[in-house]
Design a protein around this ligand. Structure first.
Ligand code: B12
Length: 302
């Protein structure tokens, strides 16, 4: 007599996961079929499938598999709801990215789990496959923004913010390894004095490297004098300065970049800068815009 219930392959197709994932969930989290066929094959009945559907949905929403399994095995709708975030992006164990592509949700999930190898691997793979600009705009930035929203709503997720920032900085720095020089004058990249947000400047350094442009990265919190000294020392063709926070956006820093012959093009980026910007300073509103502004200043427009 045939054993009733669905095979592992049938359930895998229904959920859109692989059969080996289902076997792993069974072994690791004890969420599997209630019975087996005579040949010891897994046979899933309707309630097994319903539990797996709950687990799968929670994972897609950003829950770590272990927790998703615990909730699914508990089986009560109320408990599942209890795991839902309290408000837009606030609380809960996930970030507000439910409509984002699977890869973005996957990164958010790995970030929440502080899973270093997966976070670094996902970012590295995206940069290698899609290039820095797409990886930054379509993968890294949405997750950073959702972390920011969560922080704004709850005051939490600072460890998550640091974790993703450090992983992303490491990958962007790998890409920024000096390419063969294709321009005559270097490019200086810096953050405004006391400005700790440096990721966008690193993203620019990496995107420029992809274009064969070697940026010299001074990083976060560059004192005005240090910026001026660096400009005088290397005579850059372009100087990019990032300000995220209003209290780091003193435009005098931009106005006082030393002239030289010819004077470097000064490019400002970030929402922190006060307005108006000093005469001659160009504002870049996005990563691709900043790449173009630097390339133009060096006489190598795309
Ligand atoms: C990562 C992060 C940090 C990290 C930075 C690590 C690093 N090495 O960069 C750390 C932990 C250090 C940090 C510290 C702080 N942070 Co913070 N942080 C962030 C976070 C999550 C991402 C920052 C980022 O890289 N943004 C870039 C992208 C992802 O943002 P975006 O909005 O998509 O970008 C826009 C533009 O900037 C532009 N753009 C994007 N990328 C690029 C690239 C280039 C080259 C250009 C030209 C343009 C450009 O296009 C977009 C459209 O306008 C933001 C959240 C956020 N939404 O930005 C908070 C956020 C900026 N931080 C915030 C705060 C409050 C702080 C702290 C004060 C917290 C604290 N209490 O200590 C400190 C400030 C420290 C300081 N003095 O600088 C607030 C700022 C609110 C405000 N405007 O006042 C934010 C917005 C979070 C929030 N919603 O509350 N932070």
């Amino acid at each position: 007599m045939e054993t009733p219930g669905l095979s592992v392959g049938a359930v895998a197709r229904r959920l859109g996961v692989s059969a080996s994932t289902l076997r792993t969930w069974d072994r690791r989290y004890g969420i599997g079929p209630s019975r087996r066929s005579e040949g010891s094959h897994r046979r899933y009945d309707a309630s097994d499938v319903a539990r797996l559907e709950v687990m799968h949905r929670l994972i897609l929403q950003g829950a770590p598999p272990g927790e998703a399994a615990r909730v699914a095995l508990g089986g009560e709708a109320g408990r599942e709801e209890a795991r839902e975030p309290r408000a837009h992006g606030a609380g809960g164990n996930r970030l507000a990215l439910s409509t984002a592509p699977a890869r973005t949700r996957g990164l958010a999930r790995a970030v929440m789990a502080l899973n270093g190898p997966v976070v670094t691997g996902t970012v590295r793979e995206a940069v290698a496959r899609d290039g820095v600009v797409r990886a930054w705009e379509e993968l890294i930035s949405p997750v950073l923004r959702s972390i920011g929203e969560r922080y704004a709503a709850t005051g939490e997720a600072v460890e998550i913010e640091h974790f993703l920032s450090n992983a992303a900085l490491a990958v962007l720095a790998e890409v920024t390894a000096p390419p063969p020089h294709t321009q005559t004058r270097p490019v200086l990249l810096a953050c405004a004095p006391e400005e700790q947000h440096s990721l966008p400047a690193y993203a620019l350094g990496a995107a420029l490297a992809e274009r064969g442009i070697a940026g010299r990265m001074l990083g976060a919190r560059v004192p005005e004098k240090a910026l001026r000294d660096a400009v005088e020392r290397i005579g850059p063709g372009a100087v990019f300065v990032w300000s995220q926070m209003p209290y780091t956006g003193d435009t005098g820093v931009l106005a006082r970049v030393p002239g030289g012959r010819p004077a470097p093009r000064v490019i400002a980026g970030g929402p922190g800068w006060a307005r108006p910007l000093p005469e001659g300073v160009r504002f870049a509103a996005s990563l691709p815009e900043a790449v173009e502004a630097v390339a133009e200043a060096l006489g190598m427009p795309g």
